[in-house]
Each structure stands twice: as structure tokens, then as C-alpha cells.
Design a binder for this molecule. Structure first.
Ligand SMILES: *Cc1c(COP(=O)(O)O)cnc(C)c1O
Length: 380
């Protein structure tokens, strides 16, 4: 996986074609099996994947669904989150985290993040819950902790706050499946954990897909019902309003093939992150680590001094064939779609990060030579 080819051409930000060459035979065999049995919806691969994912995370149950966004929606539907409810979530995350409460008629309440780990800030969360209670118009209902960029959110603190405030706790683990917290794999830190298999996530499929992990068998049953139109014991018994939220068989087959090499990929990502740390410390601010945790390294993001320096460095990287990306150029409370729902609270860290953050390529197919080229280009 680390063999150096000596190429000097452009480096890929994400190299799904190289990964496909590596896992090709297993992948094709998995796909052929589905083409033979033709059970394209809820075929045996879905259950097999659910079992494997639950075992991987040490969770009691796993429910495969159509995307990470639908996973969030199903979990919130199961809690009857809707109009008048406040759902607390970080301002510095992907849009889907905030979109789902709004789709259900609830209101996202944006929370600031830590300036070095980029994870939701428990102190800001306490403040924002107090803000909502004081305003008195919304009922605090849930906290969506996001494991951002591969690292875990500060779950000990989030759990304490959720318990104290009697809030439902959800882990949006779309980016971070494979990461761990206090030595245990993510998937059991909250009442429910949602995963995404969007192709660019650490465990990515060849299309959309997602899953929900939980230790609560009753909730798992509810999630299974909700993903299939709220069905009961038979297909034509409708118990509740649900949705078409199933994971399709072909995606499950692809993910089963990818799961076999997943731990190795995680180890390679960690190796690259350490090389970046060592090579970049001093030149830029390297990502802070959540104590006693391991990252799945969906994203390796550094901080520049300001927006101008970021522009200069990005241009230099580009001229060296090194790609970079900005997650996220705008915190969610500033987005046109979400601004009208924001109470106006200042979220200075999220605002500052969006001007200075820059992500470097980190995928298992990167060679040591390419990693060295990235480091040299950043250092200038
Ligand atoms: C990708 C992502 C989602 C949504 O996942 P999809 O599978 O694309 O619907 C949700 N939350 C976060 C934090 C994400 O990064």
C-alpha cells in the first residue's frame, strides 16, 4: 500500500480507482453474487453487513439505511422530534447535521467548537442550552454530537450534560466510523450512532448508504420499521409514518468487500497523519487530538494564520500538484438556509476556523513519496 512509484504528477485528494484495483477480485465476486441472486432490495448482504458492522463497533444492533442523512432522520423520527423542539449541534459540521431537524420541523441550535480539535465544545453547549431555556420558546430535546474529521466528540462531557438536562443524545459518526474513544470503537457513545457510506467517508461505498448503531433493541426495531414505510409484522401493516430508507444490496456487497481491508486502511491513515504531524509542526498548526482517542482520519486539517496565508499556501500546493480542500468555508449559522433559524449568538471559533482551515490529502493509497511532497509543498 505504501510502495513508492516515483511519480511526480498530480496527487489525488481521494483515489477510489487505486483502491478499486487493490480490492478488485473480492469486490467483483461480491457484486457477482448479488447479480446471481437478484435480491437487490434487502438481500442477504444487508443483514451480513449489519452483523459485521455491529460486531466491529461492539454494538448490539445495526440497521442499514439509505444514507447518513436518512440515518439521522430515522433516529429523530423515532424520538418524535418535531415543531417546537430544539436540537443542539455544532456550527462547524456538514450541512446534513442541521438539515434533518429542520426537515422534521424542529430547530437546530448551533453550538461552538474547540479551536484545536474542531469538536463540539461542551462549555458552549451548556451555554446554548441555557440560552434556549431562558428564551422559553423552544423545548430542548436532543444533542447531536458530531465526530468531526475522524476524531470523537468529547463524549464523557456530552453524556453528562445530556443526562443532567434530560436530552436525547445522538452521535453523528458519518465521518468517523473506525475511530475510537477511551480504547473502544465509536458506535456506543450515544443512544444511537449514525454512519454514512458516502464514497469519500473512511468506509465508503459506491453510492449512497448509511447505518444506525444502537445497544437498544427496541429502538433498533423502530428504526427497521421506519426505514420501510413504518411497516409492522407484515409488509402491508403500516404502524407509523415512515420512509423509504433502506440500504440497497449492491452497496452492502461493496461495503462487505471494503470492510475486509478497513483496519489496514485505518492504520495507513494513522501513519500518514503522524508523518504530517512530524513534517508540518512549526510550519502550520497541526490538528489537536481528543485525549485518549484514535481518529479514522477522514480529514487531516491544519490551520494557517489567516485567510490570506491560506490562499497563498493553497496556490503553492496547486502549483506542485498537491490538492487541498476547505471544510468548511462557512459555519452553518451563517448559511443562507440556516441564518433565519439562528438566534444571533456569536460562535467565534467556528467563524474563525472557516477562514483559516485547510485539509490535506489523506487516503490509504497515498505513497510515502507523495506524503513527503505534500509536506514539502506546505512548508514552501
Ligand atoms: C456525510 C455526512 C452526513 C451525511 O451523510 P450522507 O450519507 O451523505 O447522507 C452527515 N453528517 C456528517 C457530519 C457528514 O459528514
Amino acid at each position: 500500500m505504501t510502495a513508492d512509484t516515483g511519480h511526480t504528477g498530480p496527487i489525488a485528494f481521494l483515489d477510489l480507482a487505486a483502491q478499486q484495483r487493490r480490492i478488485g477480485p473480492a469486490l467483483r465476486q461480491r457484486i457477482d453474487t448479488v447479480l446471481e441472486h437478484c435480491r437487490f432490495v434487502m438481500g442477504p448482504e444487508v443483514q451480513e453487513l449489519e452483523d459485521r458492522l455491529a460486531a466491529f463497533a461492539g454494538a448490539k444492533a445495526c440497521v442499514g439505511v439509505s444514507s447518513g442523512t436518512d440515518a439521522l432522520q430515522i433516529v429523530m423520527m423515532a424520538e418524535n422530534i418535531g415543531p417546537g423542539d430544539a436540537v443542539f449541534l455544532p456550527a462547524f459540521t456538514y450541512t446534513a447535521t442541521a438539515e434533518v431537524p429542520l426537515v422534521l420541523g424542529a430547530t437546530p441550535v448551533f453550538v461552538d467548537v474547540d479551536p484545536l480539535t474542531f469538536q463540539i465544545d461542551p462549555q458552549s453547549l451548556r451555554q446554548r442550552i441555557a440560552d434556549v431555556r431562558r428564551a422559553g420558546t423552544l423545548t430542548p430535546r436532543a444533542v447531536t454530537g458530531v465526530d468531526l474529521f475522524g476524531q470523537p466528540a468529547p463524549w464523557d462531557e456530552l453524556r453528562a450534560i445530556a443526562e443532567e438536562e434530560k436530552l436525547f443524545l445522538l452521535d453523528d459518526c458519518a465521518q468517523s466510523f473506525g475511530g475510537s474513544y477511551h480504547g473502544r470503537k465509536l458506535g456506543r457513545e450515544a443512544t444511537a450512532t449514525t454512519l454514512s457510506f458516502f464514497p469519500s467517508k473512511p468506509l465508503g461505498g459506491y453510492g449512497d448508504g448509511g447505518a444506525i448503531l444502537t445497544d437498544d433493541e427496541e429502538r433498533a426495531e423502530l428504526y427497521r420499521s421506519l426505514r420501510t414505510h413504518g411497516e409492522g409484522k407484515t409488509r402491508y401493516e403500516v404502524l407509523r409514518t415512515g420512509m423509504n430508507g433502506r440500504l440497497d444490496t449492491l452497496q452492502a456487497a461493496v461495503l462487505l468487500a471494503k470492510l475486509d481491508g478497513f483496519e489496514e486502511e485505518l492504520a495507513r491513515r494513522e501513519e500518514i497523519a503522524r508523518a504530517y504531524d512530524a513534517g508540518l509542526a512549526g510550519a502550520v498548526t497541526i490538528p489537536g487530538r481528543v485525549p485518549d482517542s484514535a481518529s479514522a482520519w477522514a480529514v487531516y486539517a491544519v490551520l494557517l494564520r489567516d485567510e490570506a496565508e491560506r490562499g497563498t499556501v493553497q496556490d503553492r500546493l496547486k502549483s506542485h500538484g498537491v490538492p487541498s480542500a476547505i471544510y468548511y468555508p462557512m459555519p452553518l449559522h451563517r448559511q443562507p438556509a440556516y441564518r433565519p433559524h439562528h438566534d444571533g449568538a456569536a460562535l467565534p471559533v467556528s467563524e474563525d476556523l472557516s477562514t483559516r482551515i485547510m485539509a490535506l490529502p489523506i487516503h490509504p493509497e497515498l505513497t510515502d513519496t507523495e506524503v513527503a511532497r505534500v509536506i514539502a509543498a506546505v512548508r514552501g
